[in-house]
Design a protein around this ligand. Structure first.
Ligand code: PEP
Ligand code: MN
Length: 332
């Protein structure tokens, strides 16, 4: 009834049905009618409150929801009390490379396997991924080790294909403002991990997420992966500040990628600790059986041993802030 009235005056509505209350998100509408409409809505005795969200993004704004979003990835919860570990190679290179990586990261405590099948690259002459065979290997590794799978989709025409093989669609930093791609994953019902653009402001990043949410897909996590600066010692500057800032502005979970954020293997464990301490809901880390021979991103990829060794301190930090590291859910 409220929704009908809102539609009548030109709003697009999106209800969220809770146990005790229903929140109706409304965007659009005529500016000059806003005040009157709000007065009318407030007059209903079953309307608890009418809130104006003045931010340019609405569906991803904190005000839109009472609590943080928890994304359910086949039983694995991202954004809840538990910190989720995602790990695996930058790029899928071979069956052996992926399977050994999946086994090692699962045994050390990861619950999501990462691996690129379609790789964005600054140079057109670099390796661009194995494509479909890599997707098949990722799905197989996921089944074998009961891991969820995250992999990048670069092309709106490939969203369906990538969705068939993976649990989370990664939108890479270089594609954060690829609006056709954002709209396409907005039509999908797969979880999306939206990486921050190389030089994107928080507002631009949240507006990119708004493209996805406004299409009806609210299973979005935002991934901080370092931003451009004048510093050259590190590949990027990992903006750990993004974690509390995004949590202040949005209900979406925040993932941190210290691998791309620093570009250096020796900083991954420390910056992972810092990210968890800052409240990151998940980490995504590049792990390779032989980083010095990795086709891509070897300098920032850690070994199986290093991944195993970084976990105990990380668990302690999670505990210190009242969280724990998520284990693989038994039910699929
Ligand atoms: C990656 O995850 O391997 C990747 C290419 O990341 P980004 O888009 O953050 O550069
Ligand atoms: Mn990479």
């Amino acid at each position: 009834m409220i929704s009908d009235r809102l539609v009548e005056v030109g709003y697009e509505v999106r209800p969220i049905f809770g146990v005790e209350r229903t929140v109706i998100g409304a965007v659009g509408g005529q500016e000059h009618q806003k005040v009157d409409t709000i007065d009318q809505l407030r007059a209903y005795d079953f309307v608890d409150d009418v809130m104006i969200i003045t931010k340019p993004y609405k569906f991803v704004a904190k005000e839109y929801k009472k609590s943080k979003s928890v994304i359910d990835v086949r039983g694995l919860k991202i954004g809840g009390d538990e910190v989720v570990m995602m790990a695996g190679p930058c790029t899928v290179e071979s069956e052996d490379q992926l399977m050994t990586s999946a086994k090692a990261v699962a045994e050390a405590g990861a619950t999501v396997l990462r691996g690129g099948a379609y790789k964005p690259s600054t140079s057109p002459y670099s390796f661009h991924g194995m494509g479909l065979p890599a997707l098949e290997l990722l799905a197989e590794a996921g089944r074998r080790y009961n891991l969820r799978v995250v992999t990048e989709v670069m092309d709106p025409r490939k969203v369906e294909e990538v969705s068939e093989y993976s649990d989370i669609l990664q939108i890479g930093a270089r594609n954060m403002q690829n609006y056709d791609l954002l709209r396409e994953v907005g039509q999908s019902r797969k979880a999306v991990m939206l990486k921050r653009g190389l030089s994107a402001k928080y507002e631009e990043w949240l507006l990119a997420a708004e493209y996805i949410a406004s299409g009806g897909n609210e299973s979005i996590m935002l991934c901080e992966r370092g931003i451009r600066s004048f510093e050259t010692y590190t590949r990027n500057v990992l903006d750990v500040t993004a974690v509390p800032v995004i949590h202040n502005l949005s209900h979406l979970p925040v993932v941190v990628d210290p691998s791309h954020g620093c570009g250096r293997r020796d900083l991954v464990a420390t910056m992972s600790n810092a990210s968890v301490a800052a409240g990151a809901d998940a980490l995504i880390i590049e792990v390779h059986p032989n980083p010095d021979h990795a086709i891509k991103d070897g300098a920032q990829s850690i070994t199986f041993d290093q991944f195993r060794e970084m976990m105990p301190p990380l668990r302690k930090i999670a505990e210190a802030i009242g969280r724990s590291v998520a284990a693989i859910p038994s039910a699929v």
